[in-house]
Design a protein around this ligand. Structure first.
Ligand code: PLP
Length: 450
């Protein structure tokens, strides 16, 4: 552990990989510092993860959806700091595999705070959940019912239904969810097998643009509850899934959807009906918490040979700049290909090397990722001032489906995550407990010490 000039232990990335934003320091200051610290010979990409952003989103959740307990979807971003923060906020976990359950349990999450929310599960994963006391799990078909009755006979089952996802950018009901017409038969089969059905789940699709999808899905869930209750099941859980976002075109949508959801819950599942309401938000909690910093490690200037008037000189309008970043589609930015809810990335120049000015000449630019594949293109037709090898670009809102989806294709290193939090949040949530600090902390005039 480091000591400062007063001889006290200083909380630093070296001893706990988390940095406290004290004395008005911002995320951008931390990025400046990291770039300086890394120096010219170490240009690996990195993220700065801001725990305060997750805390703000949680407060916004509590204010808008007070009846709905969030179970964070681990798949969206499985960084240890993110999961620890969710734990500190007393959020549950939606895990999709044995590996995700293992990760959650290894952080001290209690099994009853986990829902194994995947309707098609390998038997070995079901057995693992059973052996570790993770009982709540979803299903949507008879084969899965059979598997679960064999591998986890005491499981508490949640029937996932297919819902209208036509207003969502990622349409999950094409792959998952029982149709309403087949629900009766499925529940009867569950009764024959002696399975315990406790509730219904749905997912309106990621990047949902229309709140009416939630209303219809909640009404559909009510129908399934009524059928299940008639068959003698003790129905007590409604899981309204994910699909929430609050950035870009989705700004304000969270509040708009919340009003619709609250009204539908009050109509179909009034507060005194004894049904617990949960959700599985992923993107909503982490999307704005991560900023990615990537380095321009190579550059090519090319000329449009079709333009006869071109002299190929500096002022030719046909110069196209090609930049190569050390992170791309195979790394943090697979969202460009796989995530229609976040496919437009707008990297911007970090301020260390150049002071941006409005009068700077702009060039048509193409930004590529580092691998040998030409699908590894971050943006095209992007008009920006000239960049130089060694410049750093930043991309905001990179928390969702980035870290957890990245590969090290061509053996390019995955971006490292540095975590920051303000002193107020650190104290308010007593994060020294959650982040396994080696000792307690207190604040001096100039620094946080632990
Ligand atoms: N729950 C399930 C079962 C999912 O498949 C997903 C995303 O694919 C989520 C929750 C998280 O969705 P979102 O990130 O849109 O909140």
């Amino acid at each position: 552990m480091n000591k400062n000039e007063l001889g006290v232990h200083v909380l630093s990335p070296k001893n706990c990989d988390i940095d406290i934003l004290d004395n008005g320091r911002t995320v951008k200051d931390v990025i400046d510092n990291k770039i300086k610290e890394l120096g010219p010979d170490n240009e690996e990409p990195f993220y700065v993860a801001n725990l305060d952003s997750m805390y703000e989103r949680h407060l916004r959740w509590l204010a808008n959806l007070p009846r709905v307990k969030p179970f964070y979807a681990v798949k969206c971003n499985n960084t240890a700091a993110v999961l620890r923060m969710m734990s500190a906020l007393d959020i549950g976990f939606d895990c999709a595999s044995k590996g995700e359950i293992q990760t959650a349990l290894s952080l001290g999450v209690t099994p009853h705070k986990i829902i194994y929310a995947h309707t098609t599960k390998p038997m070995s994963h079901i057995k693992y959940a059973c052996a570790h006391g993770v009982d709540m799990m979803t299903f949507d078909n008879e084969d899965e019912l059979l598997k679960m009755s064999l591998c986890h006979p005491k499981a508490k089952l949640v029937l996932r239904i297919a819902v209208d996802d036509s207003k969502s950018l990622v349409k999950l009901s094409s792959k998952f969810g029982a149709r309403l017409v087949s629900v009766g038969k499925l529940l009867e089969r569950a009764g024959e097998l002696g399975s315990e059905i406790i509730g219904v789940s749905f997912h309106v699709g990621s990047g949902c643009t229309g709140g009416s999808a939630f209303k219809q899905a909640i009404a559909d869930a009510r129908q399934v509850f009524d059928i299940a209750n008639l068959l003698g099941f003790q129905m007590r859980l409604l899981d309204i899934g994910g699909g929430f976002s609050a950035i870009g075109d989705f700004q304000g949508k969270f509040e708009e959807f919340s009003v619709i959801i609250n009204e539908a819950l009050d109509e179909f599942f009034p507060p005194d009906c004894g049904v617990q309401i949960i959700a599985e938000p992923g993107r909503y909690y982490v999307e704005s918490a991560f900023t990615l910093a990537a380095n321009v490690f190579a550059k090519r200037v090319i000329f449009d040979e079709m333009d006869e008037d071109s002299d190929g000189g500096e002022n030719s309008p046909d110069r196209i700049m090609m930049y190569y970043l050390n992170d791309g589609v195979y790394g943090s930015m697979s969202c460009i290909v796989f995530d229609p809810a976040h496919s437009n990335l707008e990297p911007y120049l970090h301020r260390v090397n150049i002071k941006p000015s409005r009068h700077m000449r702009k060039y048509r630019s193409v930004i590529w990722g580092p691998t040998c594949d030409c699908i590894d293109k971050i943006t095209d037709g992007y008009w920006i001032p000239e960049l130089h090898v060694g410049d750093w670009l930043l991309i905001d809102n990179m928390g969702a489906y980035s870290v957890s989806v990245s590969t090290d294709f061509n053996s390019f290193e995955r971006a490292h995550v540095y975590t920051v939090v303000t002193a107020e949040t650190w104290r308010a949530l007593n994060l020294s407990q959650t982040f396994d600090m080696p000792c307690s902390y207190f604040i001096t005039k100039h620094c946080i010490v632990c």
